[in-house]
Design a protein. Sequence first.
Length: 294
Amino acid sequence: MWPHLEITIEQIHTTGDRVTDKPLSQIGGDGVFVTEIEHALHEKRIDIAVHSLKDLPTMQPEDLHLVITGPREDVRDVFVSNEPGVQLNATMRVGTCSLRRMAQIRAMYPDVQILPIRGNVDTRLRKLVAGEYDCILLAAAGLHRLDMQEHLADRITYLPLETMMPAPGQGALALEIRNEPEMCELLLPLNDPAVQTTTAAERMFMRRLGAGCYLPVAAHAHVQGETLILHGLVISLDGQHLVRAQQNMAWTVDTALEQAEQLGIAVAEQALAQGAAGIINALNAGREQEQQYA
């Protein structure tokens, strides 16, 4: 597309990458995979940052801009077992640090043993093989991007969305740039209108709830024909209290981003009216107490 464009890659290790012995909720939650990268953008050490969209806070600095590329990867979560053909059950030692995944697993198996696990995909798989866990929960997108799904095929189970709803933005990549006309024009061909609007609705759902990516809030939007459908979920950590909400709107490739965001707000308002506020307040109170004693 740009044959004469010169590209160099700079690897930046964020707080979330470096600190792997504590849950994300204890080291800062929102922004732990982002802050150092945004500093590099502001200092003009880099021009484009590549993120997993689900790791980004729902609000960006005013001088930065997001381009959401497509197509979107598989949004589902998977569980990877230590032995072929094993199905997820209540007796397993399950490895995950995601409160969203913890809560939804506990909704199915209240007494399941959940053990913390951090690190990249390779690190987590090594810990699984070493016998520290019976299975681990991962995003399907991560395995697919590393081309590991075939190697692990007999040990992977894809969890249906009805069972394990994904994080807002899961499976999508975001390019973060300085809000400069030249860069915006350069990357415009990479923007995917369907992925942009669906993820905008998901992220606005979480933003309107006042929930960060460290809380057990899930959302999934998809386009079906000329309709954009958004599902949202707020769930307590023990999995025993949950609120589901859903709404839809007409959609075309020309639908304004603000309309998708309004759908996210509407679904969040529906969830709050059904009791989500009580769940979120209890979670925030527990997190504040956890941080005081961390």
